[in-house]
Write a protein that binds this ligand. Sequence first.
Ligand code: NAP
Ligand code: HSE
Length: 434
Amino acid sequence: MRSIGIGLLGCGTVGTGVVRLLTEQGARLRGRLGAELTLRRIVVRDPAKARDRAVDRQLLSTDPAAVIQDPAVEIVVELIGGVEPALQYVLQALGAGKHVVTANKALLSSHGRELFAAAERAGRALGFEASVGGGIPVLRGLRQGLAANRFREILAIINGTANFILTRMTDEGRPFDEVLAEAQRLGYAEADPSLDVDGIDAAQKLAILLLLGYGVEARPKDLHTEGIRQITPLDIQFAREFGYRIKLLAIAKDRDGELEARVHPTMLPEGHLLARVDDVFNAIAVDGDAVGPTLFYGRGAGMMPTASAVVSDLLEIGREVLAGTAGRSPVVAWPAAPPPVQSVEELMTHYYLRFQAVDRPGVFAQIAGILGRHEISISSVIQKGRRSEGGVPVVLLTHWARERNIRQALKAIDALPAVLDRTMVLRIEDEALE
Ligand code: NAP
Ligand code: HSE
């Protein structure tokens, strides 16, 4: 039986899952592929470290060149993470005639075009299903199953760590730091967890969705990105009183030729499908003009779900290798005129605003007056006697308003002597309000 040699760069959370699947499920994978996926070499930083017993220590080394140059390795799997040295290793592997699989969204979102071009030049395949949505085959969904569609809208929960934290804060009232530590123990979080909680990982994944869904090359740092650090138990409680749950969403909307693309905590009606996507689960709701609404759902992080996506790429490339077609078609087809990404200041949506204000007559009128002068109208208000040293919270929801007006109004409101803290702003996705 034909054997296809695999070399692993990195054997941490995801790499260990890949080793387990290749060793423990070898017979099933062989049956599906009609060939053997044979693990030849594994590169790590510290070979002395304790490893899962599925990892054959004899395969370990610290020398990436030994994997990249090994003629017995046909597919190199990059699971180191981060941009460097991963970028150099992937380019060297392609240059050495290897097919490459990676789960590295930081790398793809920053150097996607360069890597796709390198793969095309080398005539080699580049698989990256695990880079978005963990075990969910959403990239394959966009590139294959839904390829006939114009994507009117993509709403995505694509950071498992942030979703895990928000879920446990909402359902169990647990503090942010404690839940983050648990997500780290479970292997969900990035090596630097600020990438998860500050929305950067979700922005990197959104950039990859924009590449595949719209042919748009956007740098994650140019996408409007907010994380979840500022979400307080008070906001979670107010959201509940209004009938919403707070989720970190990555959003892309095709607005008549311009693209909205943003990542931020969002209030979703409790009945919304995405509002019930909890813990480490991810979901990507894709609305296509031909197919209508679709939903991709599953575990967005963790050892075995992510390994499932990596091995799916190995099987796909393995089939192409057997057929002699691997690397023959471009990874991404670029449209002649991709839609421009709209400035977030142009965004029109509904807002939740929580002011921390001195509890005395006339303060609400001052706030409402400033909002009115900026063409922002109020749809609901909650002001309760939740006295605290820092004043009382005044919470309101707005009708459809423009982000630029909200920002200008809040600049004026936050400068009022009666307003004690920076106003908390959350955007709302609620079709019933429109
Ligand atoms: P991880 O647990 O930190 O593992 C990283 C591995 O790379 C370790 O084996 C480490 O060696 C090795 N390594 C680090 N620097 C190296 C270097 N310079 N040279 C050689 N080896 C090096 O990371 P992970 O969670 O598995 O994530 C891997 C990739 O998958 C990342 O791109 C991540 O964003 C992506 N991803 C992760 C998940 C998830 O749930 N964890 C989900 C989807 C995508 P040692 O073992 O010796 O330390
Ligand atoms: N840290 C990422 C997350 C891993 O929590 O979603 C999956 O990409």
